[in-house]
Design a protein around this ligand. Structure first.
Ligand code: SF4
Ligand code: SF4
Length: 434
């Protein structure tokens, strides 16, 4: 079953950069433009709240999943495990003839053609994985352009690609499980995230101990473990599951599969190593409901609910008005007052849109803009300056409320109140109007 899941995940990983939703990439982590597109929605630098809610939802989901099912992510879906166990390791077995073949090659020393060939295939795979990985950050169109052009035309991106390829090759050819043991922080959190009822891959000592080698004529009172070592040999992180739950265990279940095969051979029931929990394996009662299994879903409902509400009510255009830098207002030769306003428009649509700006709420006010309408490409932010010109006699005070209207001619209209600044009027205390 892990093999089926692993190959399905590989296909999904390779396909995602090609998929689009609402005219946008399904996933695009556009770091240079500081925009993350996930499932058709583009998170912009101004979406701090949305992004925080998304990250919170992901974090709580991981906590809940780990509390319920242990390190199911590590064993079933982590790219490190998936590619190592179902892509690179089978290739190694093919070229080197399994563990014994690899050991024989190590012992013989020297350069082996089969090992060179294996590393050649590894390098090609690393190149392919690096290209696919980078497509998540630059988009498939950009990637295709890079591939077709000379590296001299885009040296930075070429170096990023070469560096990523080298890292992937080093990881799967040499570093391997050290990534899980040394580099990954998730395994170190398991003592906090798991409780005694969480699902783990565990050895049943009540059934297995005392272990004894003999298959025939077993000593009376011997447990089911024949101490064959198959579970240790197959373990990618090199631990003995019979020593209990360990941080190095990535819950890949390979020891369970190996032990089941041994149990079949010796005519014992399967499941000496199995999915279990610490309480179950110690013969204690188990319970599904416990505080963290109630609190995590409650927190998840709140975070996802807030995220969905904010996404659902968010307009597809953001407009910010800022007062121009320098003097608050200037005067024209005819005495009219000019306010400079900086306008920032973010278009969340995939397609380009044109936004027209108008001023209202003040009689005789007009608007001068270097570009009006303002064209904003899809998923981009544009900034421009406008000048609001108001006859001097409109200012009763040094402040004058106005409204800046932004429309796109296709149904979007936004009225934003903006306070204009002008000269303070000198009041005539005598009341004779002079
Ligand atoms: S594979 Fe099973 S029988 Fe063999 S040593 Fe491991 S637990 Fe014991
Ligand atoms: S102990 Fe078993 S489940 Fe844990 S990493 Fe080793 S083989 Fe995988």
């Amino acid at each position: 079953m892990r093999r089926v899941v692993a190959y399905a995940l590989m296909v999904i990983f390779f396909l995602i950069p090609y998929l689009r939703l609402n005219g946008k990439p399904l996933v695009l982590l556009d770091v240079p433009h500081r925009q993350f597109t996930l499932i058709g929605y583009t998170f912009l630098p101004t979406d701090t709240l949305l992004f925080m809610l998304l990250l919170m939802s992901i974090a709580i989901s991981i906590f809940l999943l780990t509390a319920l099912f242990g390190r199911v992510w590590c064993g079933w879906a982590c790219p490190q495990t998936v590619y190592m166990e179902f892509l690179f390791r089978p290739i190694e077995r093919f070229f080197e003839g399994g563990r014994s073949g690899s050991l024989a090659m190590d012992k013989a020393g020297g350069v082996k053609a089969r090992r060179l060939a294996k590393n050649g295939v590894y390098l090609l795979l690393a190149l392919f994985l690096a290209h696919t990985f980078l497509a998540y950050f630059v988009g498939i169109e950009q990637l295709v352009q890079w591939v077709q052009r000379s590296p001299l035309e885009h040296p930075t991106s070429f170096l990023i690609m070469a560096g990523t390829t080298a890292l992937i090759f080093f990881d799967f050819a040499y570093f391997r499980e050290q990534t899980c043991l040394v580099a990954c922080p998730y395994g170190r959190l398991q003592s906090v995230l798991l409780d005694r009822q969480s699902v783990i891959v565990g050895y049943d000592p009540i059934r297995g101990e005392p272990r004894a080698h003999q298959v025939k004529d077993r000593p009376s009172g011997a447990g089911d473990c024949i101490d064959c070592g198959a579970c240790v040999l197959t373990c990618p992180t090199g631990i003995d599951i019979r020593d209990g739950l360990q941080m190095e265990c990535i819950h890949c279940t390979q020891c369970a599969d190996a032990c089941d095969a041994i149990m079949d051979k010796v005519g014992k029931p399967r499941g000496l190593i199995r999915y279990t929990s610490r309480d179950e394996v110690e013969g204690k009662p188990t319970r599904l409901l416990r505080p963290r299994v109630i609190l995590y879903p409650a927190a998840l409902v709140v975070a996802v609910g807030l995220l969905a509400f904010n996404l659902g009510t968010k307009a597809d255009t953001d407009v910010t008005l800022l007062r121009g830098a320098g003097a608050p207002f200037t005067r024209q030769p005819d005495g009219s007052v000019v306010n400079q306003v900086r306008v920032k428009i973010t278009n969340r649509d995939a397609a380009e849109r044109s936004y027209r700006l108008e001023v209202s709420g003040v009689e005789g006010a007009s608007l001068i803009a270097p570009q009006n309408p303002v064209a904003v490409p899809g998923s981009r932010t544009a900034e421009t300056s406008i000048f609001v010109v108001v006859p001097d006699d409109r200012f009763e005070d040094d402040r004058l409320p106005s409204v800046i209207r932004v429309t796109d001619g296709a149904g979007f209209t936004l009225d934003i109140p903006f306070e204009l600044v002008g000269p303070a009027r000198e009041h005539d205390d005598a009341g004779d109007g002079e």
